[in-house]
Design a protein around this ligand. Structure first.
Ligand code: ZN
Length: 359
């Protein structure tokens, strides 16, 4: 899932998901057009508490040594994208609860304030946006925002929402992490379908957006956990190709074509004087019209950025690196010498084979 970078807090990049951005823009513009500054103000308030919610997750996660890549803000909360989702249920449980807990604490304090000043009737009707900037109206809105964020995130047991993480952690204590993930992802998908239907019937765009997010999130997470479980412990050296076939940089593209046909790899390191200077792939070649193949050389189309790994790296990390860099292969170097190559196809085959051994 991709978002648009809006800033950094505690060194963690904060990104805004496109759905949230559109929603905010829509409300913002309509707020300004209709001269309703209250809406604009309360959106900013919502935004503030969504970030606070996510930071609460992150602080606990960091305490457990889990690295946070980035935080993606969604209309109803956010997702702290963790590099390794902790496999220990107790850790996941605490990280998941931290966000809603802070919302509940803020809500509780707001309620206390309203109660102490005899202003609790400002809370009703609950789903009305108050049209004043009076202090107690703002406090009442802070209560509403936080109680909604807390309840919605914690009590909908749908991965990747907090409630889904709590469910998975609790299940994992009984049936193990992998089975718990599969089961929770199945539950999350069913919930997302119900959300979608209700969203369509009630014309609730936010609910429809959330249903998509939950469905895709649950799918991605269960796939990721499955693959990372399969690949755990497997090193690059276990599956890399060691007899690397490379091409010289002054080879013509017609020659490269014949070479590819013969060796049937989709990418080759390019060498010059025994040194690797780039990588040329089938997709590089396919972008050049056939009539130019005799005029151009490998060095004209190769990419010179070498994306590498080490033979002792985990295969999972190699796969993540390929995804991040959007390449199909990594060069394996040891002491500045090319000793192998690992491709996405190698990894997919390994996954297929390992799958056979899974019960
Ligand atoms: Zn959360």
């Amino acid at each position: 899932m991709e978002g648009i970078r809006i800033g950094k807090i505690f060194g963690i990049p904060i990104e805004m998901h496109i759905s949230f951005l559109l929603l905010i823009m829509l409300l913002f513009i309509s707020g300004i057009i209709f001269g309703n500054l209250y809406i604009v103000f309360y959106i900013l308030l919502l935004f503030f508490f969504v970030i606070l919610h996510e930071l609460s997750h992150s602080v606990v996660a960091i305490k457990f040594g889990v690295k946070i890549d980035r935080i993606i803000l969604l209309p109803f909360g956010g997702v702290a994208s963790m590099k390794d989702i902790p496999r220990e249920p107790r850790k996941e449980l605490r990280i998941a609860i931290a966000g809603p807990l802070v919302n509940f604490i803020v809500a509780f304090i707001s309620l206390l304030i309203l109660y102490a000043f005899g202003e609790t009737d400002r809370l009703f009707p609950f789903f009305r946006i108050s049209q004043t900037f009076e202090v107690f109206d703002i406090v009442a809105t802070v209560f509403k925002i936080n109680i909604i964020l807390g309840v919605f995130n914690l009590f909908v047991p749908a991965l990747p929402m907090d409630g889904g993480r709590v469910l998975r952690a609790v299940l994992a204590m009984k049936i193990g992490f992998l089975k718990a993930t599969e089961l929770s992802a199945g539950i999350a998908k069913s919930i997302s379908i119900v959300m979608f239907i209700v969203g369509v019937l009630t014309l609730n765009i936010i609910l429809i957006l959330i249903s998509f997010f939950v469905y895709i999130g649950a799918e991605q997470e269960s796939k990721f956990i499955y693959i990372s479980t399969l690949l755990s412990g497997l090193k690059v050296k276990d599956i890399m190709t060691t007899n690397v076939i490379s091409v010289p940089k002054d080879m013509s593209l017609s020659e490269l074509y014949a070479f590819m046909l013969k060796h049937r790899h989709m990418g080759y390191p390019v060498v010059d004087n025994g040194k690797v200077v780039g990588v040329v792939t089938f997709s590089d070649l396919s972008q050049v019209k056939r009539e130019y193949w005799s005029k151009f050389k490998v060095e004209d189309i190769m990419s010179t950025r070498l994306i590498t790994c080490s033979k002792d790296d985990e295969v999972l990390d190699a796969l993540l690196k390929m995804n991040k860099e959007n390449v199909g292969r990594l060069l394996v170097f040891e002491n500045d010498k090319l000793i192998g190559i690992i491709t996405r196809t190698d990894i997919i085959r390994a996954i297929e084979i390992l799958r056979l051994g899974m019960v």
